[in-house]
Write a protein that binds this ligand. Structure first.
Ligand code: GLC
Length: 718
């Protein structure tokens, strides 16, 4: 158990310099010159003295248990405070055994998968010396040009909120076990709304948009007990998040009642000067500590300026004391005062890495994350057919996606290898055809010839991991390089062909979708992705993934998302022929594939959608129920989605909003009654006065298999 440490007494023993040291976080390279730890930002000279390195309070990116132990040993030996270091790292979708990217986990619509990812990640990470993970990322993303869409669970506030909670539960549990780690919810706030999807770009939202759509997922994660919050690089209302009292005091501390640690993103404190809201490092330090950043990650404005600012009376020492106490409390919660090594065990970690239990966990999640987008009687494949695997992702180990720095590609079996393993070498042929990127078409001829000899073609196409994730914004989000040209050549053969996409974002595939008879989105499916996809291709697993992010019809359509406002001139069936409606004259308004969409190898029929009443007071509830039947010939899982529309509000209201969902597995011909309870709380929104209230009036309740295909019933809130 934790040695009883009175952190208030401990604080009194610290000098001002030692207190300020606790507010500094440095990469592991500062402690071990040859560290192979994760570097996730510019490692420029911070102008920090050797002495100050040994009073800093936390480290990020440590490589493994051995390195963490070496650093902790050295630190406790050299440190004047003997307060153990806190080790943090980006464990985003697995540590060594890598799960599908979070966007794929979201597409499972199965919260248990987020808990499982958190638990397995935490176990491997904790044994490897990590105390805190910089996860979950719960930024709402409506712009797939932004590379970090891969880290999110998509475009819906409600879904991001429940997934954020589930990840926190998975990582932290009750922190009683050394297999739990603390979670850090990020990026506070609204980093996903960067203009044009351009990385690190400006965010400028109305307060209503911020509160209605972007903030709830952070709050949900904090309500679940997240121990830390990370400030984002972007501005909100003209102020960079790391200098924003509005975000950190008014919202985070006062409204959300968050009492944990606030850490900046990498360099975000120092960047206040680059943004242009501080003239020098001294003013940066004054602004950031006053706004509420506790830990400065990888810039050194605090450690080099706060002592003077206190002596000059520009910063109250109490502010620093409060920040230090939050950090000491976190170290105490993690038991570091009684065990600075907190169960780190490199040998045990190695036994856990890629163990059968963890491999089955990531395979299970990968299966459920795969989204069947189109299937004109091509899938599932039969195991006696000759398969040509064509394309740069067909024999690629680049299946882990961004933020998988501890993953090991050499441990991955490729799609081709898994197919051979499934049906034998003699039925599988392969040609790369072209690279992921680049203009070289010299491989096309071989690819066409190989395809000609096969019964079925699998076109394995997509992005490289580097084309999404941090710093991975793309202006053109079609298939990179000449892949679409390769697909055209292969599709010209008119053979049964499956386009299998590996990507960190929804791609613009409208032209391809018109020619390809079958399309599967596999995202970056993780360590066991190849085998999971093989199970789907042969129908050993019936795909159940549903999109949590719209596939745009064209990049020019972005942002395109399901819960948009109606406008004063909506384009409807009745107005489709007129010019003066809200539309593009060259493409439809609808995305290619909408939020919530995904096909199955079976079919589901919705019937008997009823409401228990067509009116309710604020104290009542209405039960919406629908019967779903599997009318196909194979077992399948359907995600029944429940949406609500507020027909008249004191401000405009979205045409629908997800309020619930249920995954049901049905045998052939089996049916099930699914119910959703409508409560007054479910109808609340930020009204004209930005108050979170419900307003009497008429509503639509909708159920369906995706956001564009629903049944509707009307009810009234009295
Ligand atoms: C990066 C990312 C953030 C990450 C941090 C630490 O810049 O923005 O998500 O947690 O640095 O690696």
């Amino acid at each position: 158990m934790n040695k009883e440490v009175d952190i208030n007494e401990l604080l009194k023993e610290l000098s001002l310099s030692e207190k300020i040291g606790q507010l500094q976080q440095l990469a592991s390279q500062f402690y071990i010159k040859d560290s192979e730890g994760e570097l996730t930002g510019p490692l420029k000279d911070l102008g920090i003295s050797e002495e100050k390195i040994w009073v800093s309070g936390s480290v990020l990116g440590v490589k493994d248990a051995e390195e963490a132990r070496r650093i902790q040993d050295k630190y406790l030996d050299k440190s004047s405070t003997k307060i153990p270091l806190l080790f943090m790292a980006d464990i985003i979708h697995g540590y060594r055994t890598i799960f599908p990217i979070p966007l794929a986990i979201g597409c499972t619509w199965n919260l248990d998968n987020a808990v499982l990812c958190g638990q397995v990640s935490a176990k491997e990470a904790a044994l490897s010396g990590v105390h805190v993970t910089f996860s979950p990322m719960v930024d709402l993303v409506r712009d797939p040009r932004w590379g970090r869409v891969m880290e999110s669970t998509g475009e819906d506030t409600y879904l991001n909120s429940v997934f954020g909670k589930a990840f926190v539960e998975g990582y932290q549990g009750d922190l009683s076990s050394n297999y739990n780690i603390a979670s850090c919810v990020k990026h506070f706030a609204a980093y996903g709304a960067v203009e044009a999807g351009r990385e690190y770009n400006t965010v400028d939202l109305s307060d209503r948009q911020l509160k209605e759509y972007y903030l709830p997922s952070y709050k949900a994660s904090i309500d679940e007990g997240a121990k830390m919050v990370m400030t984002s690089f972007n501005t909100i209302h003209g102020v960079p998040a790391s200098g924003s009292k509005y975000l950190m005091q008014d919202i985070l501390r006062d409204n959300f009642q968050f009492d944990g640690v606030v850490i900046s993103d990498w360099g975000a404190v120092g960047e206040l000067q680059v943004h242009g809201v501080a003239a020098d490092d001294e003013e940066v330090a004054e602004k950031a500590i006053s706004a509420g950043v506790d830990v400065e990650m990888m810039t050194s404005c605090y450690i080099n300026n706060l002592e003077n600012l206190v002596k000059e009376g520009r910063v109250q020492e109490e502010l620093i004391d409060e920040a230090v106490l939050r950090i000491l409390q976190l170290k105490k919660d993690l038991g570091l005062f009684s065990d600075p090594y907190r169960g780190m065990d490199g040998d045990k970690a190695k036994q856990m890495f890629m163990c059968n239990e963890h491999k089955e966990a990531v395979r299970k999640v990968a299966r459920e994350s795969i989204v069947l987008l189109k299937n004109d009687n091509v899938l599932p494949l039969s195991k006696d057919k000759k398969i040509a695997v064509i394309g740069p992702k067909g024999d690629s180990t680049d299946l882990l996606g961004g933020w998988s720095w501890q993953g090991r590609k050499e441990k991955i079996t490729t799609l081709k290898e898994n197919l051979i393993n499934e049906i034998g070498n003699n039925l599988i042929s392969y040609a790369k055809g072209c690279d992921v990127n680049g203009h070289d078409e010299s491989g096309f001829e071989e690819a066409v010839n190989v395809a000609k000899e096969a019964d079925v073609v699998i076109l394995a196409l997509g992005e490289s991991s580097e084309m999404s994730g941090e710093g991975g914004s793309r202006a053109y989000i079609g298939l990179p390089g000449v892949q679409e040209r390769l697909a055209e050549e292969i599709l010209r053969l008119n053979k049964p062909t499956v386009v299998l996409l590996f990507s960190g974002r929804p791609l613009e595939i409208t032209n391809l979708s018109k020619k390809a008879p079958a399309i599967i989105e596999a995202w970056f499916p993780g360590t066991e992705g190849g085998s999971a996809i093989t199970e789907v291709l042969y129908g050993d697993f019936n795909p159940s993934g549903r999109l949590t992010t719209s596939f745009p019809y064209a990049t020019g359509q972005i942002p395109v998302y399901y819960n948009s406002y109606n406008t004063g001139r909506p384009k409807t069936a009745n107005t489709a022929e007129t010019r003066y409606v809200s539309q593009f004259i060259d493409i439809p308004n609808e995305p290619l594939y909408p939020f919530g969409y995904g096909l199955s190898y079976t079919q589901f029929q919705y019937k008997d959608f009823t409401l228990s009443s067509d009116k309710m007071t604020k104290d009542d509830k209405i039960t919406a129920s629908v019967t779903v039947k599997n009318i196909g010939d194979r077992k399948g899982t359907e995600t029944v989605q429940f949406y609500i529309r507020d027909l008249v509000g004191s401000t405009v209201r979205p045409v629908k909003e997800l309020k619930g969902f249920k995954r049901i597995e049905l045998e052939p011909q089996e049916e099930s009654k699914v119910e959703f309870v409508i409560t007054e709380e479910m109808l609340r929104y930020y009204n004209i006065d930005c108050e979170l209230v419900s307003e009497p009036g008429d509503f639509h309740a909708m159920v369906g298999c995706n956001s564009a295909d629903t049944y509707t019933k009307k009810f009234t809130l009295l």
